[in-house]
Design a protein around this ligand. Sequence first.
Ligand SMILES: Cc1cc2nc3c(=O)[nH]c(=O)nc-3n(C[C@H](O)[C@H](O)[C@H](O)COP(=O)(O)OP(=O)(O)OC[C@H]3O[C@@H](n4cnc5c(N)ncnc54)[C@H](O)[C@@H]3O)c2cc1C
Length: 360
Amino acid sequence: MPGGTPATRTLVGVLVENDAPLAPLTTLRLGGPARRLVTAHTDDEVIAAVREADAAGEPLLVLGGGSNLVIGDAGFPGTVLRIATEGFALDGTALEVAAGETWSEVVRRTVVDHELAGIEFLAGIPGSAGATPVQNVGAYGQEVAQSVTEVVAYDRAADEVVVLSNAECAFSYRHSRFKAEPERYVVLRVRFRLEDNGGLSTPVRYAETARHLGVEQGERVAVGTAWNAVLLLRAGKGMVLDPADHDTWSAGSFFTNPVLTAAQYDSFRTRPGAEDAPAYPAPEGRTKTSAAWLIDRSGFGKGYGSGQATLSTKHTLALTNRGSATAEDLLALAREIRDGVREAFGVELVNEPVMVGVEL
Ligand SMILES: Cc1cc2nc3c(=O)[nH]c(=O)nc-3n(C[C@H](O)[C@H](O)[C@H](O)COP(=O)(O)OP(=O)(O)OC[C@H]3O[C@@H](n4cnc5c(N)ncnc54)[C@H](O)[C@@H]3O)c2cc1C
């Protein structure tokens, strides 16, 4: 790893680097180094590295593809454990993947090689398979909560490997038990139940995808057609990684879509312009609105910003690094947008990426 001190092998042969740059391991490509970077290729190596850090009272950061992380400029003063495990086992429609597998490749294989449905609308989402249950990854009307059957994880509190059922994962919108208890579980494997619909997709749920495919919402299309459409739509928004395109040097959506209580929604609707805001029913009588809409209508259009951190020129919800941004540059922009939306609409935007050593 450039910039770090020479790598050594300890534990069960795990690769360890000291003072290792983390920015190249994240899609935002910013932030400081790790005091220690451990790369684990098997579940045993993962568990051994976690046990060693825990026994030493050392802070631990689990790293997959680094596509949902904002690492502070001071870096991480502990062990960063990079999960590089491999494994893709398909038995009929039952799929088990190792946490270190690349998610977009997992989706491609299930769709293109096996014509199975269930995760086809989650095409092109960067990062690892093991991180998908963490924030219940979702896009275009699908989320992993709909197809995950079990998650195999190392429970740091109990010091044992546990198998959590779908219900035990406590999935909700961009949230789960793993996110609620970030110090507790390290995901080792994820099990899915896919669908064999004779080559057809799950019903097209999202209006934009239905329009693009020329079908009604609720209809099915060939699963490969759905996968392809999602990749095209995502690429048009800078939501498929492309190292040459700074619009994709991001953490995806920087803010979650606000889910407002009835009282909050009533108050929001009294703000000038709010009557046009997108509104979708959410559980417990709440209403979900669009963070991208709020940002745009608060005066932050595509490409907003003048320094090294700006909004994507393709999507108002992605905060991007134009080449040499620091974490502080990015956070200054994020705070300006959060405060501007609060002032215009009285809604508090919440960051989606995980903050490491920094706060919004
Ligand atoms: C261009 C772009 C588009 C995106 N589009 C979407 C989208 O459409 N929908 C969506 O939901 N997300 C999207 N994201 C966000 C991101 O891709 C997902 O959240 C992804 O699942 C993160 O995976 P990762 O391996 O990169 O996780 P990392 O960024 O490495 O880690 C994220 C968090 O998960 C934890 N973690 C990672 N692996 C494990 C593990 N094995 N066990 C326990 N904890 C773990 C980390 O400690 C950290 O807290 C997008 C990001 C980018 C850059």
